[in-house]
Design a protein around this ligand. Sequence first.
Ligand SMILES: CSCCC(=O)C(=O)COP(=O)(O)O
Ligand code: MG
Length: 224
Amino acid sequence: MNYRALITDIEGTTSRIAFVTEVLFPYAAKHLPDFIRQRCEQAEVALELKAVRQKMQQPNADTEAVIAQLQAWIAADEKITPLKALQGMVWRLGYQQGHFTGHLYPDAAEQLKAWHAQGLQLFIYSSGSVEAQQLLFRYSDFGDLTPLFSGYFDTRVGGKKEISSYAAILQHLQLPPGQVLFLSDVVAELDAARKLGIATCQLIREGQPAGSHPTAEDFYQVNL
Ligand SMILES: CSCCC(=O)C(=O)COP(=O)(O)O
Ligand SMILES: [Mg+2]
């Protein structure tokens, strides 16, 4: 095996894009307004609402204005950290109440287990909050897969198309870039990682155009 650590994206890589766009995002859009109205005084919610108001540059925006802003960000698929944190809190209730389970492609579940058993350290890097990532794998269709993972990264390290995000992740891993493999379906994310010397592989799950990275149609084809 050429690598000590593997970092994987979620949407379009371990999991079908439609699970995020047709299950998770609509669920958050439906439940976020009442969630915020009922819990805006709770510390974890209040902290994120404060960050939303900062991002809006409207420190005195009322709750309904904040909700409208969040709905606009959801509709535009904006990867804004406090939105992602709030979505994660809403999804927590959805998973706990059994409204959905965490979808993974079967090959992803199987290979993540096999790679972990072979001693590869596994990490997630997604725009979804760390909590959202952990929930997806804890309540996955294949049972609780969280014991497989050594760590999780979200937009708090930066955007997924920014080179500096991968530098921060490497700093955390304390590994040379050549010993790390990054899996994603999005060429711009792979480009950013490769600029630092991280090995890359593009998942072509739904026939999208390939870039200049090695490709795999599923996790069985990923070359370690
Ligand atoms: C953790 S599942 C929700 C994923 C999400 O919110 C999202 O925006 C997708 O981001 P990704 O970086 O996995 O493409
Ligand atoms: Mg993706």
